[in-house]
Design a protein around this ligand. Structure first.
Ligand SMILES: [Mn+2]
Length: 449
């Protein structure tokens, strides 16, 4: 991979001489940290640049960006591998640092790209958008090694914490202010346990999650001081805590669900749980404050304050959203639940809420959870599965959309995601028609099984 990066760096530096740079990146944590790494790198080179953060690359977004050529150099991070159709008639080169699936046959000599899927050993080189950007940055100057922290945040954002490839391990080794500790994957690991236990939705701990006295009781049993954090625990204390949690989750007895690696990073000069940094960045960006999210990544004090405010509000919204979801009338069927929140829950959090509900013991393993929330004249639909096994959600939604579009050919509906988390967007006026088709599809699937 490093060889390919070197070639890419050379071409990029040559081509961007005396030109301003346009960074176009994805709006999740990995995309934001990618943009932050690139921004810092170009700043250190004293190069002019602007940043554009997008949800995805639609045809018109790309057309707008391409208009900036030849005055500006376009560099895409954590996206674009799936958009090669729109790069078939380039007059100027574009640069891509990405890790998403790619169709090799659509490459051409104007597309300069590093993506581990294109390498001889993709498994060893498996990394994230931010990981790829970091390798690019380090190839430009060894002094950029301090940016590996950002690559680590992107890595956790894209959930690579337990399966570390060779190349990701090198990035971990580059990060001197990082500590990895094995233990209970309670969150965040830096806060007093009585709080972390009470707020723990994943893993969900019956009698403890959402129950202050229950959390205290568990700690009393283990003899662990209430104000200790996971990080403070000795090995012995950690194993006592794991046992106490296991007993309460007796029906969900899968150790791998509650044990894992905790990543602790020194950020803004304090020890932080990387999962929490990642959630904070994601929350800021998805709620429309990607600029604050990027400044936060670059350890700007003012941005930190703003980001924490947004994050606090976001957490409050999630908690009240959970309460609304609990009380709401649901469409329940054999093996599925549809939560049609309409305008009672924001579309920006419906997916996260469904993920949280999918790890609570309210529903049996394999249940399909579908959340729906209004977004102006559209409805956002998010599908999640309870537990680790079950039906292919992307397939269910795709089949639903095909039937739905037969009835509503003018609809814009399009499905994104993968087996265990998928979603789509439909027109608000088609609400009942969509639910009707979706219910039928979910029922057919059950019969097949
Ligand atoms: Mn990514």
């Amino acid at each position: 991979m490093l060889k390919e990066i070197d070639v890419f760096v050379k071409e990029f530096l040559e081509f961007s001489k005396n030109k301003s740079i346009r960074i176009i990146s994805h709006h999740d944590t990995d995309g934001i940290t990618s943009a932050a790494i690139l921004a810092k790198t170009f700043k250190r080179l004293d190069k002019k640049f602007t940043i554009q953060i997008v949800k995805g690359l639609e045809e018109n977004t790309i057309a707008e960006e391409l208009k900036r050529q030849p005055k500006e150099v376009l560099i895409f991070s954590d996206l674009a591998s799936g958009s090669l159709d729109y790069f078939q008639n380039l007059s100027e080169p574009i640069f891509i640092l990405d890790h998403h699936e790619i169709d090799k046959s659509k490459l051409n000599d104007k597309i300069k790209i590093v993506n581990h899927h294109l390498l001889d050993s993709p498994k060893n080189n498996e990394t994230t958008g931010a990981g790829t950007c970091y390798l690019f940055s380090k190839a430009i100057s060894q002094n950029n090694q301090d940016l590996s922290s950002l690559a680590i945040i992107g890595m956790i954002g894209d959930r690579h914490e337990s399966n570390i490839s060779k190349i990701n391990q090198q990035i971990v080794n580059d990060t001197h202010n990082l500590k990895i500790k094995k233990g209970l994957v309670l969150y965040p690991a830096t806060r007093p346990l009585r709080r972390a236990l009470e707020w723990s939705t994943s893993p969900y701990i019956p009698g403890v999650t959402g129950n202050g006295p229950g959390a205290m009781e568990l700690l009393r049993e283990t003899g662990i001081q209430y104000d200790k954090s996971l990080l403070d625990l000795s090995e012995d204390e950690m194993s006592k805590l794991v046992t106490a949690v296991m007993i309460r989750r007796a029906q969900h007895n899968k150790v791998e669900d509650i044990l894992g690696n905790l990543y602790i990073l020194k950020f803004f000069n304090t020890k932080e749980d990387v999962r929490e940094i990642s959630t904070l960045i994601n929350a800021c960006s998805r709620l429309g404050h990607s600029d604050i999210a990027i400044s936060y990544c670059l350890e700007n004090e003012k941005a930190k304050k703003q980001a924490l405010d947004i994050y606090t509000k976001y957490k409050q919204e999630l908690v009240s959203g959970l309460k609304v979801a609990e009380k709401m009338d649901k469409i329940q069927g054999n093996g599925f639940v549809i939560l049609n929140a309409k305008d009672q829950i924001k579309d920006t959090i419906i997916g996260t809420l469904c993920s949280m509900l999918s790890s609570s013991p309210t529903y049996t393993e394999g249940t399909v959870l579908i959340g729906m929330a209004y977004n102006e004249d559209k409805i956002k639909i998010s599908a999640r599965i309870v537990g680790h096994e079950g039906r292919n959600l992307k397939e269910i939604l795709e089949k639903t959309v095909i039937t739905f579009k037969n009835k509503n050919p003018e609809s814009i509906a399009e499905v994104g995601g993968h087996n265990f988390a998928a979603g789509c967007l439909i027109e608000k006026e088609k609400e009942s028609s969509f639910i009707h088709v979706l219910k039928k599809e979910l029922e057919i699937e059950v019969v097949k099984i």
